[in-house]
Write a protein that binds this ligand. Structure first.
Ligand code: SAH
Length: 364
């Protein structure tokens, strides 16, 4: 329930909007919470890090970004080591993954000379953090405020796309199976100022593509078309490989996975609109079929522990521990956290996309 005593500016705006327009879809609610130009969480907030709202894999261990940097180098070799290659990161957060990736990339002969980096980040606060993190980069770095423009200057270049925890912030619709068939879940106002779920009955919605459902079941649908269209254009311009890592599930519908996080704790999704991170798990089976529909080959998905183990996380960690014994305990614990079979190792998954002319991507 929203805290009546202290509604956020976005809550006030949404209550007014719903009063005017009627209930809004869950997707519009999520979109407003994350992307509202003035009050959206991903427009202004620092969000990520030990002292912020949530911690991500690259903030847990340098090994995460390093392995992805090596992965990108191997993929570049598989492309035939083209003279120019663009490394695109979607939603780079604090720039930590890219900093660690570029450090490791130096170990792949010739890779850094071919590299140019493009960061897609809509959040000015995080862009500034990324500039600071990558201040000493030997590789040129360009920023793009949104995804749609990234393919505009692809002109014949090879591209490697990486994205950690980017798919989960793309808004979802929620459909619920009722006695009357599938209805779209929506957000309304009750008791004059409280946001709450409702059915938007009367509006017909396309049912889920597969599955058998009981009354009350909730299914989430995420529109990946803007992303797949960009990937398609990149693949038409030159060889393309992409890596997406996120938390999610495969196949079976998971019910409502919408979650709000603030100060590293779960909150009611209506408690602090615009001031809490609001995400939903990724349906990797549907993502894979969306990628294939865009004529991309798909590798995986597999769980994060399989991906990182295949790339040699144990060996890399041992080497770091040997060269820095004082930090050995911390390094070991961080790696254990990334590959934990009861935590991030299985909650998170990795999926690869590529031009069909390329061989299967490493680790997937
Ligand atoms: N990859 C980072 C951060 C994940 S959080 C990490 O692992 O630490 C999601 C990131 O995506 C943030 O940087 C956020 O500002 C960015 N973002 C969210 N929506 C976006 C959008 N529509 N376009 C571009 N960037 C977006």
């Amino acid at each position: 329930m929203m805290d009546e005593a202290d509604p956020t500016p976005l809550a006030l705006h949404l209550v007014e909007r719903i009063g005017r327009e009627g209930p809004i879809s869950v997707r519009d609610y999520m979109d407003a919470c994350l992307n509202h130009p003035e009050h959206g969480y991903y427009r202004t907030r620092g969000a990520i890090g030990a002292k912020e709202d949530f911690v991500t894999a690259p903030e847990i261990s340098q090994v995460f970004g390093e392995l992805i940097g090596l992965w990108a180098g191997v993929v570049w070799q598989q492309m035939g080591a083209p003279a120019r290659v663009r490394l695109v990161e979607l939603g780079p957060g604090r720039g930590t993954l890219m900093r660690d990736a570029l450090r490791a990339a130096r170990k792949v002969p010739g890779f850094c000379d071919a590299l140019e980096v493009s960061l897609v980040e809509q959040n000015a606060t995080l862009q500034a953090v990324q500039r600071e993190t990558l201040r000493d980069s030997e590789v040129s770095v360009q920023w793009y405020g949104n995804l749609s423009v990234i393919a505009d200057d692809a002109n014949g270049k090879a591209t490697v796309v990486i994205a950690n925890e980017f798919l989960d912030v793309i808004p979802v619709d929620q459909l619920q199976f009722t006695d009357d068939g599938w209805v779209q879940r929506a957000v309304t106002v009750v008791n004059t100022s409280q946001l709450a779920f409702t059915d938007r009955s009367g509006r017909s919605v396309p049912p889920p593509r597969t599955g058998i459902f009981t009354i009350g079941a909730i299914v989430e649908q995420r529109d990946l078309a803007p992303l797949t269209a960009v990937l398609r254009r990149l693949a038409e311009a030159g060889p393309l490989a992409g890596l997406f890592i996120d938390y999610g599930y495969e196949g079976a519908a998971a019910g409502s996975t919408l979650q709000a996080i603030r100060n590293q704790k779960f909150h009611d999704v209506f408690a602090q609109p615009g001031e809490a991170d609001l995400t939903a798990h990724v349906d990797f089976a549907t993502a894979a079929s969306d990628f294939r529909a865009a004529e991309l080959a798909v590798d995986g998905p597999c769980d994060q522990s399989t991906f990182l183990n295949t790339l040699g996380i144990a060996q890399r960690t041992s080497r770091l521990m040997a060269s820095n014994p004082a930090a050995a305990g911390v390094l070991e614990a961080a790696t254990a956290r990334l590959i934990s079979p009861t935590g991030m190792g299985t909650l998170f998954r990795a999926i690869g996309v590529r031009s069909s002319s390329l061989p299967p991507l490493p680790g997937l």
